[in-house]
Design a protein around this ligand. Structure first.
Ligand SMILES: *Cc1c(COP(=O)(O)O)cnc(C)c1O
Length: 421
């Protein structure tokens, strides 16, 4: 099936019940046929539902659909993009291990890596991902994971996933990619050598500002038998002394452990109602993304030619530093995010946002509505000035997430707000 067909059909088989649309299974638990059957489920000898903290049939449709869209082996949906990133990390790293990450990250992810995880003995080395060699240079015997975003927050630098994955393979380190800003419609990191793909479903995949969720997709190709991945190569006391690297071929170790260890015991599960909303969102993802991308291109061009605008970043502009990589990887579609700076700096940026009428001022991105925020004073305000500078976050930067309204109306609102700022 092609992408748009998968977005409507994958993962749902209406043969066992007559419901044409995916049902919402509002149940906490599942009936076991008998005690032997229950024992087989718990020991992973048979697949099946145990308890809705770990799995749910509505959630399973979402997981199979996103795995199909990404070209992955299997997926696990979680309560938020944030928990998807956190569980991915603790499903690979333990105390004493190191992560190498791009320094250009979503604010919450940066805080998790820079402040929270060190308290648990997991250290992150931040590198400028514009040079993939930096991942190689920073690698030590403690390195267990490479992490990057496809289009880095907040300056919209495009990561060279293929080049980073070559370094990852050389060092036998799994590469996890947060592809929230690209969605599988624009870019599929597994096709370029990434091992794990993460999305905040809250953004473009859901697309309607109506629920929180995250998902992790396992490419299924990484070899976890290397002894340096201790969590996979020692009998796991937290799960029946199972050795996750020696599961049968058909059971992918990473995503299976993610479900039965972090999710099962730490509990950031997605609700079936949210999973259902994301299934609805995915059906129109290709249509919405076409419009997000077309509108964003028009707005980027408008800003580029506006006398009050000092600079604009949009990977789709031929003059953008990321254009070469974006045009190589993104098949002519460059996402819905545009960032820019106004001539009177920080004050101008704040006044611009306060003058908007149609565009809403929110912390979210990836909604059908056009959204604006000033990251330096909000989403990235936990960073020091030096950290902001390293992440490429200028104090005057205004972040726009372009919606699917008529581009003329978005431009009119931006134009009047620029006049007032
Ligand atoms: C929003 C976002 C997250 C966090 O996702 P939540 O669903 O809000 O927890 C992570 N990464 C990126 C790139 C995001 O935009």
């Amino acid at each position: 099936m092609k992408f748009s067909t998968k977005a409507v059909h994958s993962g749902y088989y209406p043969t066992n019940n007559s419901s044409d649309n995916v049902p919402i299974y509002r149940t906490s638990a599942y009936v076991f046929d008998n005690t032997d059957f229950a024992a087989d489920l718990f020991s992973l000898k048979k697949p099946g539902n145990i308890y809705s903290r770990m799995m749910n049939p509505t959630q399973a449709v979402l997981e199979e659909r996103v795995a199909a869209l990404e070209g992955g082996k299997a997926a696990l949906a979680l309560s938020s993009g944030t928990s998807a990133i956190f569980y991915t990390i603790i499903n690979i790293c333990k105390e004493g291990d190191e992560i190498i990450s791009s320094s250009k990250l979503y604010g919450g992810t940066y805080t998790m890596l820079a402040s929270i995880l060190p308290e648990f003995g997991i250290k992150t080395v931040f590198v400028d991902s514009n040079n993939p060699e930096n991942f190689d240079k920073a690698t030590t015997s403690k390195t267990k994971l490479y992490f990057t975003e496809t289009i880095g927050n907040p300056v919209l630098d495009v990561a060279d996933i293929k080049a980073i994955s070559v370094v990852a393979k050389k060092n036998n380190i799994p590469l996890a990619v947060d592809s929230t800003f690209t969605t599988p419609y624009i870019f599929r990191p597994l096709e370029y050598g990434a091992d794990i793909v993460i999305h905040s479903l809250t953004k473009w995949i859901g697309g309607h500002d109506n629920g929180l969720g995250g998902i992790v997709v396992d490419g299924g190709k990484f070899d976890w038998k290397d002894k340096k991945f201790e969590l996979y190569n020692k009998p796991d006391a937290s799960y029946n002394n199972l050795m996750f690297s020696s599961l049968p071929e058909t059971i992918p170790p990473f995503i299976t452990r993610l479900r039965v260890v972090p999710l099962r015991n730490l509990g950031a599960c997605i609700s079936p109602d949210s999973a259902w909303l994301f299934i609805q969102g995915i059906a129109t993802l290709p249509l919405r993304m076409d419009k997000h991308c077309a509108n964003a291109m028009k707005i980027a061009e408008f800003l580029k030619n506006h006398p009050r605008v000092k600079w604009v970043r949009y990977p789709g502009l031929k003059t953008d530093p990321s254009w070469d990589l974006a045009s190589k990887y993104y098949n002519g579609k460059f996402g819905g995010m545009v960032v820019f700076g106004i001539d009177n700096g920080l004050q101008g940026g704040k006044k611009f946002i306060d003058s908007l009428k149609l565009i809403t001022h929110v912390a979210n991105v990836g909604d059908i509505k056009t959204l604006a925020i000033h990251p330096a004073s909000t989403t990235h305000s936990q960073m020091s000035e030096k950290e902001q500078e390293e992440a490429g976050l200028m104090p005057d930067l205004v972040r726009l997430s372009i919606g699917i309204e008529d581009a003329d109306d978005i431009i009119e609102d931006i134009d009047q707000a620029l006049k007032n700022s």
